[in-house]
Design a protein around this ligand. Structure first.
Ligand code: AMP
Length: 145
């Protein structure tokens, strides 16, 4: 999938945003949605997407939508740290298939890290149970400022 391909309105995150398929939502407003990655690379792996932009990747996104997205990522990361007390975290964002991207609706990953827990590979993590994700999402949501 090249970097400049057209936006597919039926990509999985667009379908989540339209409520056509379920997702474990952490928080949302009119601009952004934070939800749990269903194949978490570590406990508490959260994804942040824009509700208003149809950017596929960092090259396409309008600066205002990007500003809202990164501010939402920071807000969510603060809550993840407060709720789960990781010793660090990674922000990941992949562009194009060759860049490791698998869903072509721009998003940021928050992956909490602990020194004694290896991170699972991107695209190689097992699917999590919805109940476990809901419990984590509730803890993160309760820690939002
Ligand atoms: P990327 O490879 O950066 O495009 O990331 C896409 C992410 O979406 C991966 O980490 C997947 O585990 C995650 N993912 C795929 N399908 C779903 C889904 N239905 N709900 C939540 N996360 C998903």
């Amino acid at each position: 999938m090249p970097l400049q391909a057209p936006y597919d309105p039926d990509n999985i995150f667009a379908r989540i945003l339209r409520g056509e398929i379920p997702a474990v939502r952490v928080w949302e407003d009119e601009h952004v949605l934070a939800f749990m990655d269903v194949f978490p690379q570590s406990e508490g792996h959260v994804l942040i997407v824009s509700k208003t932009s149809t950017a596929r990747n960092l090259l396409d996104v309008e600066p205002e939508a990007l500003a809202r997205l990164i501010a939402a990522t920071q807000r969510t990361a603060r809550a993840v740290v407060k709720a789960l007390a990781p010793e660090g975290f990674q922000i990941m964002q992949f562009n194009g298939e060759a860049g490791g991207q698998t869903v072509f609706h721009l998003h940021f990953h928050i992956v909490p890290r602990w020194p004694d827990r290896p991170m699972k590979g991107h695209g190689h993590a097992p699917m999590a149970e919805p109940e476990a994700l809901r419990a984590l999402a509730d803890r993160i949501a309760a820690a939002l400022d």
